[in-house]
Design a protein around this ligand. Sequence first.
Ligand code: NAD
Ligand code: UGA
Length: 431
Amino acid sequence: MSEIAVIGAGYVGIPTAACFAHLGHHVVCADVDEARVRGLAKGEVPILEEGLPALVVEGLQSGRLRFVVGSQEAAAHAEFVFICVQTPQSESGAADLSVVEGVAREIAPVLRPGTVVVNKSTMPVGSTDAVARALKSAGAVTDVGVASNPEFLREGQAVRDTLAPHRVVIGCDDTEVAVRVSAVYRDIQAPVLVTDPASAEMIKYASNAFLATKISFVNAIANLCEAVNADVREVVLGMGYDPRIGFEVLHPGPGFGGSCFPKDTAALLHTADEAGYDFGLLRAVMDVNVKQRNLVVDKLRAAAGGDLRGANVGVWGLAFKANTDDLRDSPAVFVAEQLIAEGATIRAYDPAARETAAVRLPGLEVATDAYDAAAGASVLALLTEWDEFRWLDFGRVRTSMQSPYALVDARNLLDPSAMRRRGFVYQGVGR
Ligand code: NAD
Ligand code: UGA
């Protein structure tokens, strides 16, 4: 079993650290946020992630998991340092690697000979070499390996995805280092693919861009279905039975959001531009996505009679998808902001993102539950597909609303005919 440092206690770092400890490794997880580290050291997990609190407590109790402030303390005794810090989008669209470079500078002086630094954060082609250079120029001993090991977990199922990934990708030119990194995963049942660093880095971006392409494709088909009176749900069902197409990641909605697809498609487009390749397909994927968010606003405006000024709109869901509290680049937040900007009064309810929403969105009234959000509204917007929104007393919702009882279901979560029978003026996506 290995001595592992995980740098960054966020949506990737905490599940990575807790799962490695669960597998028997000794893990020290570092963050710069002291309050976060203090909480984690007491077993308080600051993100909504199924199964994670139990794993963190298990790790703390076993003594195999510790949380510390600052990367140096974690890295000083590690055989492997997994970098899990943020790589946000910069103004040019490129991934901003300044936080990663900062970590490289911090840890360089304390690394022991033989340590392997592993890039788990999403970083563009060339980053494995860039981190190696940053370590060297900050005084790291010569015998330090660097590998790319991109992460494919989904928020909301991070523990499952970490313990049972579809694949483990390791990008490294040094076979011995790659074999050592693969040994960290030896108790995980998954294909391990060892490649050169550039290919590993490209696998991560190509995977996210492909999934984003599926979503924009199905959103475009949904828009066309609306124009020709077809039902996108039937269309996707009919497509999905072909195993070459499949059913997954073909749900139309308000466009893809979250901290990754939007920034990673932008970063890949930037890489293509820099390489002199006109990636028009990816540009179109991103264009469809921006339009898709705005289409939801258009539907809500039309539902309010063409003008949102003074309209009371109830909002169900603010997170960028269900089962997460993450509001980063959420289409729901975009829609809520637009409604507020156009003069609507918003009462919003999200099962997980209540407190952050109140801080992020001044002007938004935070409701206590779905009924409270709907009460007095003339228009309802279902923006995140939380399961609890399926099982409401819709008669009660309808009675508490005002005319015209419009319901815009941007996730196709509800049954149109059942909603119309209840007296809603229902509109979904592509049907
Ligand atoms: P995050 O913002 O949730 O977490 C990053 C953490 O790193 C923060 O808590 C921050 O305080 C900490 N940090 C910053 N500088 C530090 C330093 N010098 N020392 C110690 N800690 C420091 O980010 P995230 O969502 O976990 O994403 C991390 C990376 O993983 C990104 O590159 C992202 O693209 C990639 N990724 C994310 C997901 C996801 O679902 N969120 C999935 C796969 C890959
Ligand atoms: C995504 C990928 O699925 C992960 O494999 C990857 O590791 C991660 O990005 C990353 O690199 O950070 P995540 O952002 O957690 O994971 O969310 P997804 O479940 O993929 O959803 C992304 C967005 O697409 C959400 O806004 C979601 O509502 C939307 N979506 C997803 C659709 O509109 N339709 C679908 O069929 C699927």
